[in-house]
Design a protein around this ligand. Sequence first.
Ligand code: GLP
Length: 240
Amino acid sequence: MKIVCCNDYKEMSRVGAGMVAEIVKSKPACVLGLATGSTPEGLYAELIDMYKKGELDFSEVTTVNLDEYYPISPENEQSYRYFMNTKLFDHVNVDKANTHVPSGSAEDAAAEAARYESFVRSLGGADIQILGIGRNGHIAFNEPAEALYPATHVTGLTEDTIDANARFFASADEVPTKALTMGMGTILSAKKIIILANGKGKHEAVSAMLSGMVTTSCPASFLNLHADVTLICDREAYEG
Ligand code: GLP
């Protein structure tokens, strides 16, 4: 795993956006694997900036998001679909029809997971996948467990993740307890992966990921099995 240790959040976001921009410029019809959470917000703001300056064109881009709460409607302000529209899609020239997020309002969650998995596979995986990391080492909604799923699936959220994500909801009771998420194999099918981490709160998870072992107790450690992963982090996440 390559490591780029940045001075602060702004620099981390710029470096990450630069790597995404390189892909979009060299392959206009690329597939971008996108993530939600507070970490990549700065990266998306940088991409919007580049687009407004005329440096980037998203007209041929396809996007696939990692995950979505279940059940949740796309209009719900806490849904990952709403997040992506407001933080990126509404501000660039991507065709919304080419933006994909697992459907939190599908009647049959398992069928939606299977549909999403074949769709991502039919695209040949993402050209670049952006990831954040949970403070317990989760990626997307692959939570630490005895065993991990390779494909997109329905999953329960751990207490720790519900607690961490409660800040976006009126209370912890309102955080959905389930989600649809790409599995480890779906994520690892991306040609290139960048994982962003900032702040002391992520230090433990980053250290576990970098410990050199692959373990289901830190799903992010599976990224050590991929040939092209870059950790872009700030000093606090790296040094603690
Ligand atoms: C969420 C998301 C992850 C994200 C993580 C960290 O649960 N499903 O994709 O990486 O939590 O979020 P944040 O960036 O807000 O710390």
